[in-house]
Design a protein around this ligand. Structure first.
Ligand code: 6PG
Length: 238
């Protein structure tokens, strides 16, 4: 757990962690497979990674981008996580489309999930889909990616992509399952704001809390420690 006095400090520390993992991974395996989070919190981080400070510090030509989850809406819909990342980072870094594996939401939600799983499996040449860095956010209800409280997808034991209907949003989501997230080399949570402090407490400290009600409790890396990047407000109940 890393706690920072404000979001700027937090974002800079996280950008540095991403730079370090990218460098080591490209050195070791020739490419960096980077899973992005959606929501509003990571926008500043993506803008920093695309800024003068970072644009030459990471070998973007050897970086592939994925999404931990996506809203089941058309590609150009303003709700799309991929559109936010496109505007905040990909366009500025001139990332080629062949390096961005987006969710194609044509057809049914389950078809979209299966297609995304196939495209990721193909990228990994059918070897285990072990991403190098997965960035996750946290909802104030302790959901992460699109693993929402009291939903079917929480029971998934397969490391894959699933669609799920989220009653409280009255919408479908496409999401990586917890087993898929947990096989990543590095997992980092980016969480700030007082409104998240209850969820942070339930996930990190409340031993009696269940994963069905607080899904981010399902995130336990098979490899290394999960790192939580928090500001003091989000950590205020710890
Ligand atoms: C999404 C996200 C989701 C997000 C949380 C936090 O598609 O919405 O992937 O898991 O990380 O909802 O969202 P905020 O950062 O906007 O609070």
């Amino acid at each position: 757990m890393k706690i920072y006095k404000d979001t700027d400090e937090l974002i800079i520390a996280l950008a540095e962690a991403i730079r370090k993992v990218a460098e080591e991974t490209i050195e070791a395996r020739g490419q960096f497979n980077f899973v992005l989070s959606g929501g509003s919190s990571p926008r500043k981080l993506y803008e920093l990674l695309a800024s003068k400070t970072y644009r030459n510090k990471i070998d973007w030509k050897k970086t592939f981008f994925f999404f931990g989850d996506e809203r089941f809406v058309p590609e150009n819909d303003s709700q799309r996580n991929s559109l936010m990342a496109q505007k905040a980072m990909f366009d500025k870094l001139k990332i080629s489309n062949s390096h961005i594996l987006k969710v194609d939401t044509t057809g049914s939600p389950s078809e979209a999930a299966q297609r995304y799983a196939n495209s990721i499996a193909a990228h990994f040449h059918n070897t285990p889909m072990e991403f190098d860095f997965i960035l996750l956010g946290l909802g104030d209800d302790a959901h992460t990616a699109s693993l929402f409280p009291n939903t079917e997808v929480l029971k998934e034991t397969e490391a894959t992509i699933k669609s799920d209907f989220v009653k409280k949003l009255d919408a479908y989501r496409i999401t990586m399952t917890a087993p898929l997230i947990n096989q990543a080399h590095t997992i980092a949570f980016l969480v700030f704001g007082e409104n998240k402090s209850e969820a942070v407490y339930r996930v990190l400290e409340d031993k009696a809390a269940s994963a069905v009600l607080y899904p981010a409790r399902l995130i336990k890396s098979n490899k290394k420690k999960v790192v939580w990047y928090l500001d003091t407000a989000a950590a205020s109940r710890l």
